[in-house]
Write a protein that binds this ligand. Sequence first.
Ligand code: NAI
Length: 345
Amino acid sequence: MFARSTAARTLAQRAFSSSARAERKVAVLGAGGGIGQPMSLLLKTDPLVTSLSLYDIRGAPGVAADISHVNTKASCKGYEQADIGSALKGAEVVVIPAGVPRKPGMTRDDLFNTNASIVRDLAKACAEHCPKAMICIISNPVNSTVPIFAEVFKKAGVFDPKRLFGVTTLDVVRSSTFLSQIQGTDPKDTRVTVMYVGDILRGGHSGVTIVPLLSQTEVAKGVTGQAYKDLVKRIQFGGDEVVQAKAGTGSATLSMGYAGAIFVNSLIRGMNGEKNVVEPTFVKSPLFESEGVEYFSSNVELGANGVEKIHPVGQLSAEEQELLNACLPDLKKNIAKGVEFAKAS
Ligand code: NAI
């Protein structure tokens, strides 16, 4: 039975470590999609979620009817396009996997044209119906869609930088899996901090600038030379592995659904008063502001009001520092592209 699966158990265990209980309505926008469906199912199995509101421009009522038969406490209702106001009313957490995914050969930035306007319009709806909700953006390119969302909220006069998150948990999930495969450890004890710095294009090849901080990871000690290089590459290009294997039918959906549900669980645990809940996430950040980079993904402590504390990136190895220096200008461009789009809209 699904409710007994490892993923559900993980969410349940994490839930039981929280002392406070509260009503938590979670809305998923894009719930009918490849990510939206499995993520909604996992959220239905999370004891911290008390109500699930599933919205999509197609198929959400069907997905909700199906998921609502899972015998866990959360209520679950689906909404069609005209009902976005009802879907969002009272939502404390909104997760957004709406948009188009990558096809082979595409970078996340190639998705900009379509996803930018989808995220902008959903942001307008959130500003109107649930301006105080915690917003978790999955739609790519996250480096641009998060700033777009922020600009729409600013225009509406409701922006709170502590409540807006770009979901980068999948990189952490992948890192933990790949490293544990090499070291023979249990993935749950194999946590790697990852800085997600977005896509870069170099020499005609697309590359993902995801910087795994293996030098800060105890379990990674001893992974050196070619093994280190291969691991970094696999973490950086894990998304491409899935895009290629799916051969044109989409990108990571099931693992992303899992990662999204894990992030929401952490967020709610923080909202419920649990201390020391830390997840890497892409937020408005002071870390590289002096270099003109307004948003950055690093470890963030989550609390009652969202972002409680942004952790510094810590001591980097020479290789990690080089990778970071190389990608900050690209990140800055991705952010500016989002801001300009929103301002021109
Ligand atoms: P999909 O195409 O399977 O699902 C997208 C869903 O969004 C569809 O059901 C579609 O009807 C819905 N949608 C489109 N416009 C909408 C609107 N205006 N309002 C509400 N729903 C709308 O795509 P998939 O695979 O679920 O991916 C979704 C997004 O997540 C993509 O942009 C993808 O690149 C991104 N992604 C992000 C990751 C991350 O680490 N942050 C990892 C993997 C994918």
